[in-house]
Design a protein around this ligand. Structure first.
Ligand code: AMP
Length: 399
């Protein structure tokens, strides 16, 4: 069954629309929002509902209050920012369920927007509790999920809640995410190239396994490359290696080769004598990593090699930085790859918090076809998994 989207609802006019969004935005010590992409990403769906004079009730989590009401995790900053972006008042409810919320919702006029307080102030949210889900749903007519970044979580506002609505649909952010994912993984224009980086192989084994059946080329950078290089017999000094995964890495590498996938690993790297921004550094080939040094970025020859491998790509998916890009000395490889991806002639899809940050810092985001708002959710899609939040939309969408 296919997901239904908000623009397929016959009559949205003046309806009470419960919208699960992901306003889990980063805040500084003074509770100021430092980055509001997640709020901006949902504006098309909110505005669409407002165009029909719907009453929009927004629900989100923020941070990890772990089932307790902790003021520092209040949705207040998000409500305030949303109000500015929409250019209209957004009422912050004192809670997300209960009598006060009911009163506020019942008093809403067509075109009003209410932001519920943090869903994770209640343990029932993360426990997918049906009673909590029913209480959330109680006052509303239509359910819209536009929180792709939490759709891999079977939480009450994502999964259980869908049972209590006759109309269950997704928003436009979700539509974009699903459309781009399908373009990349279901019907890709080939060659399809996957770039994987980040710290460890362990978090990305299932992604690799799934990609090995789908892509034409795999490019591996970041810390995870060194478990592969060790598996191939290189001495990688003190670089990040997951000893218990060396055999798995070798098998994955061989399987990819058997499937005819071109498998690219770094040929040189930036090594450091310690994990520190002030460390002594030098560029060496993979064959010559000095004993006791650690590789913290890909080197210039690798950048050339990887960029060359991207030349004929028609679709590129990327998750994970090429090095410890948070430290200036080890950021060149990641930024060079951002540039190579941004200037390629391919459909480019980037996902995962760190990669997103790197693309923004490099100022190249406008040249990327799509930047996913999901970290874990994006990775689980790449693993070939059905996300619980998407599964319920498919199953219940056409009730
Ligand atoms: P992940 O969450 O697995 O995508 O990992 C992202 C993290 O990997 C970033 O914080 C990087 O600093 C780190 N990282 C990337 N390359 C390396 C490396 N060569 N050694 C250690 N950590 C790395």
């Amino acid at each position: 069954m296919a997901i239904r989207y908000i623009d397929e609802i016959e009559d949205l006019r003046e309806k009470k629309v419960f919208m699960r969004v992901d306003f889990n935005v980063p805040l500084d010590e003074n509770q100021n929002i430092t980055e509001d992409t997640r709020i901006r990403a949902v504006l098309p769906t909110i505005n669409y509902a407002l165009d029909f004079n719907a009453k929009v009730i927004l629900a989100s989590h923020l941070g990890r209050p772990k089932g307790e009401r902790k003021p520092k995790y209040s949705m207040a900053p998000a409500a305030k920012r949303l109000s500015r972006l929409l250019g209209k008042e957004v009422t912050l409810a004192p809670d997300c369920i209960g009598d006060d919320v009911e009163k506020i919702i019942n008093a809403m006029k067509p075109g009003d927007v209410v932001m519920l307080e943090n869903l994770r102030f209640y343990p029932g949210e993360e426990k997918n509790d049906e009673n909590f889900a029913r209480a959330l749903a109680d006052n509303c007519d239509i359910y819209v999920n536009d929180a792709f970044a939490v759709s891999h979580r079977a939480h009450a506002s994502v999964e259980a809640i869908t049972k209590f609505f006759p109309d269950v649909v997704a928003g436009f952010l979700m539509k974009n995410e699903m459309n781009y994912f399908e373009k990349a993984m279901k019907n890709p224009i080939r060659p399809l190239v996957a770039i994987l980086g980040g710290a460890k192989v362990s978090g990305k084994l299932e992604v690799l396994e799934n990609l090995c059946t789908k892509v034409d080329k795999i490019i591996i950078g970041g810390g995870m490359a060194f478990t592969f290089l060790k598996a191939l017999g290189y001495n990688v000094g003190k670089s990040l290696v997951e000893e218990d995964l060396i055999e798995t890495a070798r098998k994955t590498y061989n399987k990819a080769r058997e499937n005819g996938i071109k498998f690219y690993l770094p040929v040189d790297c930036v090594v450091a004598d310690q994990f520190n921004p002030e460390a002594e550094t030098k560029v060496t080939t993979i064959q010559e990593i000095p004993e006791g040094w650690m590789a913290l970025d890909i080197g210039p020859a690798t950048v050339t090699l990887f960029a060359e491998a991207l030349q004929n790509a028609k679709t590129i998916i990327w998750n994970g930085p090429m090095g410890v890009f948070e430290m200036d000395a080890f950021s060149r490889g990641t930024f060079a790859m951002v540039s190579a991806v941004a200037n390629s002639y391919a459909l480019t899809i980037v996902g995962g918090g760190d990669t997103d940050v790197a693309v923004h810092r490099a100022g190249e985001y406008a040249k990327i076809s799509y930047i996913s708002t999901g970290g874990g959710a994006f990775l689980e899609l790449l693993e070939g998994k059905k996300l619980p939040g998407i599964k319920v939309l498919e199953e219940n969408g056409t009730k």
